[in-house]
Ligand binder design. Structure first.
Ligand SMILES: Nc1ncnc2c1ncn2[C@@H]1O[C@H](COP(=O)(O)OP(=O)(O)OP(=O)(O)O)[C@@H](O)[C@H]1O
Ligand SMILES: [Mg+2]
Length: 290
């Protein structure tokens, strides 16, 4: 199978003049189609920089980023703009309230990427917005609302819908659920599982929330000071962490699921899923959609 994303030996320097420093020191990361890869690591470890490099927003000093075998690090000028416009890789920002334009309706936000691509009539945009709203379970009556009139979960659906409208192959979600309460968090994680199942979408999920990660990720990559220190299946990394930093991360969560204010059914399901991890069953069954 051709990897959807293959990052090899990626080095990225940021800053100017004397302040210029290398932030990523030769990072490797692979995402297969339909795979959810968790990216974890302490603040400042380079997660967002890696995401930006994959999207063509932070030019690397060396290394390659292959998206479906196309080396996007070689793209410049018009070719780079065309790649970004194509929407093959989409980014869902950490804070939906700040990343959504407060003056834009949900409709205008959902079709943003399609308008940039151009060539669609108003009716086609209307159909596309309806399709995307259904895909991310946003009621049609919300299309005329502004972000300030939505709940946190609805805003996150809008942010994911905006990214999905251009039919990406790869979605990079930066802390997609950290600002949400426990039950909304689960519905958003379920949405990600559904999108990957229905669309074969590959997802990189950047998060500090190991509980959510255990629920949805197939693989986990651990970044520490700009280096990948551990990478493997979710069960390998979370149940038998090898690197001391990963051990610390995992051990600092007293029990991955006990302190969540989940309802008792969901808590039971999550516990069973953790046991299933130990029994070598599919990790993605946690949110109950597989
Ligand atoms: N524009 C920039 N110029 C110089 N250094 C930068 C720039 N942006 C980020 N950095 C530095 O690069 C390192 C990695 O930052 P990055 O934002 O990728 O971390 P992160 O893992 O996403 O952290 P967080 O979990 O806090 O979001 C940090 O040390 C940061 O200070
Ligand atoms: Mg970040």
């Amino acid at each position: 199978m051709t990897a959807l994303l293959e990052v090899s030996g990626l080095r990225v320097e940021l800053g100017h003049g004397r302040g210029r420093t290398e932030v990523l020191h030769g990072v490797d990361l692979t995402v297969e189609p339909g795979q959810i890869v968790g990216l974890i690591g302490e603040t400042g470890s380079g997660k967002t920089t890696l995401a930006r490099a994959v999207l063509g927003l932070a030019p690397p000093n060396s290394g390659t980023v292959l998206i479906e075998e196309q080396n996007t690090t070689k793209l410049r000028g018009r070719a780079l703009r065309a790649f970004r416009r194509s929407g093959a890789a989409q980014y869902v920002f950490q804070d939906p309230l700040r990343s959504l334009d407060p003056d834009r309706t949900v409709f205008d936000t959902l079709v943003e990427g399609l308008v940039v691509q151009g060539g669609r009539s108003r009716d086609e945009l209307r159909d596309a917005a309806d399709r995307v709203a259904r895909l991310v379970s946003l009621p049609a009556e919300l299309l005329s609302k502004h972000p300030g009139e939505l709940s946190g979960g609805q805003r996150q659906r809008v942010a994911i819908g905006r990214a999905m409208a251009v039919e990406p192959k790869l979605l990079i979600c930066d802390e997609p659920v950290s600002a949400l309460d426990a039950s909304t968090r689960i519905t958003i994680l379920e949405l990600l599982l559904e999108l990957r199942r229905e669309r074969g979408l590959g997802v990189i999920m950047i998060t500090h929330d190991l509980g959510s990660l255990a629920g949805v990720a197939d693989r986990v990559t651990v970044l520490y000071r700009g280096n990948v220190v551990e990478s493997g299946s979710t069960q390998e990394v979370l149940l038998a962490p090898q690197h001391p930093y990963t051990r610390l991360l995992v051990e600092s969560v007293p029990s991955l699921f006990d302190d969540e204010p989940l309802d008792s059914n969901r808590r039971g399901e999550l516990r069973d899923a953790v046991r299933a991890l130990e029994l070598d069953e599919p990790v993605a069954s946690v949110a109950g959609t597989r």
